[in-house]
Ligand binder design. Sequence first.
Ligand SMILES: NC(=O)c1ccc[n+]([C@@H]2O[C@H](COP(=O)([O-])OP(=O)(O)OC[C@H]3O[C@@H](n4cnc5c(N)ncnc54)[C@H](O)[C@@H]3O)[C@@H](O)[C@H]2O)c1
Length: 348
Amino acid sequence: MTAKEKLGFGVIGCGRIAPKHTESIVALSDAELIAVCDVVPEKAESLAQKYNVEAYSDYQELLQREDIDIVTIATPSGSHAEIGIAAAKAGKHVMVEKPMAMTLAEADLLIKTCRDCGVKLAVIHQNRFNKSIKLLRAALEAGRFGKLTHGQATIRWNRNQEYYDQAPWRGTKLQDGGVLMNQSIHNIDLLQWMLGEVDTVFGYTATALRQIEMEDVGTAVLKFKNGALGLIEAAATIYPKNIEETLNIFGETGSVIVGGIAVNRIEVWEFPDSEEEKKQIFAAQESDPPTVYGFGHREIIEDMIRAVKTNSSPAVSGEEGRKALEIVLAIYKSQQTGQPVKLPLVED
Ligand SMILES: NC(=O)c1ccc[n+]([C@@H]2O[C@H](COP(=O)([O-])OP(=O)(O)OC[C@H]3O[C@@H](n4cnc5c(N)ncnc54)[C@H](O)[C@@H]3O)[C@@H](O)[C@H]2O)c1
């Protein structure tokens, strides 16, 4: 394998999710982990030592390295756009954790900068790569649902006060958002991926139990452009622990419910003449992942490598990642105004 065939990776941000990035990168034959970075030097050094790679505390220095082709950004959400833009200007392809940015203006600048600099941009919505979700998407693309009627994205998880207190950015408006922006955005991405473009959003949010600036519970009703309806329920308040992350999709000739702890388990699979298929799916399906981060990071990184090598779009491009962000921001606007919000969202 030539040096060019093996793409060099830098990981920026060495907190809770970063090991999912590093362990995926080192498991891929056409990827090489070159360096990691964290503003807290001990965090960068500890991860770097594990893989015998370079540690940085200033991401701008990491970006100077010519042997890095792709950076993955796993810093607090409020810093994603700024770091992604700097990476694009340094000529690096960008993989950014969700949410890609905290505002549409920032997301658009990140998308534009990547385009202008000729680099790829991918947003890490790894659940699109769950086996269950790929089966659902294939059924949808084959038209098996007939006319889509409605769907629901439910997340019933527990994030206790200690979770929010472990870092000052958690639960804040500028750096994180609440349960809709942080945890539920994955499932909102799936809901809109299945049901299509959103017309109108109406939502309520509340800070019910945790001492945080943003919401720990949120609900929304959606109308899609194709006439389908949608429901979102997002809660970080569930007693005493995570119960489920579930996606329901219903149509004239199809009903699918994917649940489990993180949308890995198919619970309902109903189409005309689907009895045999259903048995096979139930026999072969994935179990719940060990953490709610799921199994998808490796495949989404693999997909980015494919996109870079073939000069094509990553599966979850910047434009794709922007869609769920817009829905969450529309729910926040609806909560503020007490009114339904028609998309495209106009930011204040
Ligand atoms: N895809 C997923 O399922 C998933 C899961 C968890 C977290 N996330 C996302 O990943 C991001 C990080 O979350 P986390 O739970 O790992 O947070 P964390 O607080 O555990 O880690 C963030 C790290 O970034 C470092 N950091 C802050 N500013 C930096 C900078 N300018 N340069 C370099 N390092 C910097 C911090 O010191 C910290 O170590 C968030 O955007 C979150 O929404 C995604």
